[in-house]
Design a protein around this ligand. Structure first.
Ligand code: UDP
Length: 384
């Protein structure tokens, strides 16, 4: 968008001195922050370089099926406050994420639970499963795991690691499991019950009507301009507000002065099929290294759709370059050290708030982003 166009977009604001906040990024962090500040009488201008609001939770309606355009988003939280917060904007359905994983032609339930252990070894009781896993942990695990591989071997042993983790992880991250931080694998539960729920959280579901409903609710009555590149119009835009809330890449904000942070990108290949049920589940993971995608999402199953058609998305992990979307921060030691330097710069700022996955270089889930935005808004408003 040209400057003149931005200006005419802001014409109704001419009489006003300045917005209280310029919020760069209309994703979850920016939208929640804008909502909270607006509720308290502050004025916000939200901008986004994409043509739509909602950041990575944006959904596109394809004849009644909500397509998660930037990868599957399943809302889950243990925090009642966050659950009530999102439920203000729309109801949630009772979807429970139970992915399937395909490895060397066989299907397994995820997360790692009694169904998986039965499929792997034919065991029927928790005692039998524990005996195998403990024996493997004792042989291959380590007391203080230093990377993802050591962590996985210490949590679930060698068979689960080799069948369901190693190849998926290396394909997903483009790095050896030995070079990745251990916390990534701790996201997945290990349980000795026949329970295929991917999350341990108390509350889970998909917003009825899709995530756009939440974003529309959050940004209701707030000035949002899409298709603006912040960096191309930085001085002009900064001049429009007293404070800046930045949710983009922190290394880009500081001109990569301490070097580039690494991210992992994704490519999505969508297909509309004239059949009603392609894979019988919303998420099917493909563990094998030879399969170039990590998972196939069949979106209608998130909302128990009964349409005659279906839409599937193959998710291909890709190396990140500056022309691509940065989906995942790669929080290994080298990147963390760089990030700390950027963080120190950000802490010296008095008029800039940084938030979200890219600005905090953190593998946040949606509920964590919302919690963090609420906390930062509260602090900004003088609360503790
Ligand atoms: N993972 C795996 N096998 C799977 C699914 C996940 O090894 O079938 C590992 C992988 O390292 C992945 C991590 O667990 O990056 C976190 O998976 P999750 O599904 O939470 O990731 P997201 O949905 O955020 O991509």
């Amino acid at each position: 968008m040209e400057l003149s166009e931005i200006n005419s977009n802001l014409v109704e604001n001419k009489s006003m001195k300045k917005y209280d906040y310029l919020i760069v990024g209309a994703g979850l962090f920016g939208s929640v922050f804008a909502h909270e500040m607006t509720k308290k009488g502050k004025t916000c201008l939200v901008i986004d370089k994409r043509a739509h609001k909602g950041g990575n939770v944006f959904c596109e309606d394809v004849d009644g099926i909500n397509i998660h355009k930037y990868g599957a988003h399943i809302f889950h939280t243990n925090n009642k406050k966050i659950w009530d917060y999102v439920n203000q904007f729309t109801e949630f359905n009772n979807y429970i994420n139970s992915p399937i994983s395909i490895s060397k032609g066989k299907m397994y339930n995820l997360p790692f639970n009694m169904n998986t252990f039965h499929q792997l070894w034919g065991v029927k009781t928790p005692k039998e499963a524990k005996a195998i896993i403990e024996e493997q942990i004792n042989t291959f695990g380590s007391k203080s795991p230093k990377n993802l591989e050591e962590q996985a071997l210490s949590l679930v042993g060698k068979d689960v690691y080799e069948t369901l983790i190693k190849e998926y992880t290396e394909k997903q991250w483009g790095k050896k499991a030995k070079e990745l931080p251990s916390f990534i694998i701790k996201r997945l539960p290990v349980r000795y019950t026949f329970n295929n729920n991917y999350f341990n959280d108390k509350y889970q579901g998909i917003p009825v009507g899709g995530y756009n409903k939440i974003i529309e609710g959050l940004l209701k009555g707030i000035k949002v301009i899409t298709e603006i590149d912040f960096f191309e119009n930085k001085d002009f835009l900064m001049n429009k507000a007293n404070k800046l809330v930045f949710t983009g890449k922190i290394d880009e904000f500081y001109d990569y002065q301490f070097g580039k942070l690494e991210y992992r990108s994704l490519r999505f290949e969508n297909e509309r099929l004239e059949e009603d049920n392609f894979q019988g589940n919303a998420v099917v993971n493909y563990n094998d290294a030879e399969v170039p995608y990590t998972r196939i999402i069949e979106h209608k199953h998130f909302e128990f759709g009964s349409q005659k058609h279906t839409v599937i998305t193959k998710e291909y992990p890709e190396e990140w370059t500056s022309d691509k979307e940065a989906y995942y921060p790669i929080n290994n030691k080298e990147n963390q050290e760089k990030y700390i330097q950027y963080k120190k710069c950000s802490e010296l700022e008095t008029n800039i708030i940084f938030g979200g996955r890219l600005a905090e270089y953190k593998y946040y889930d949606m509920h964590q982003i919302i919690a963090s935005a609420l906390e930062k808004a509260k602090k900004e408003l003088g609360g503790n």
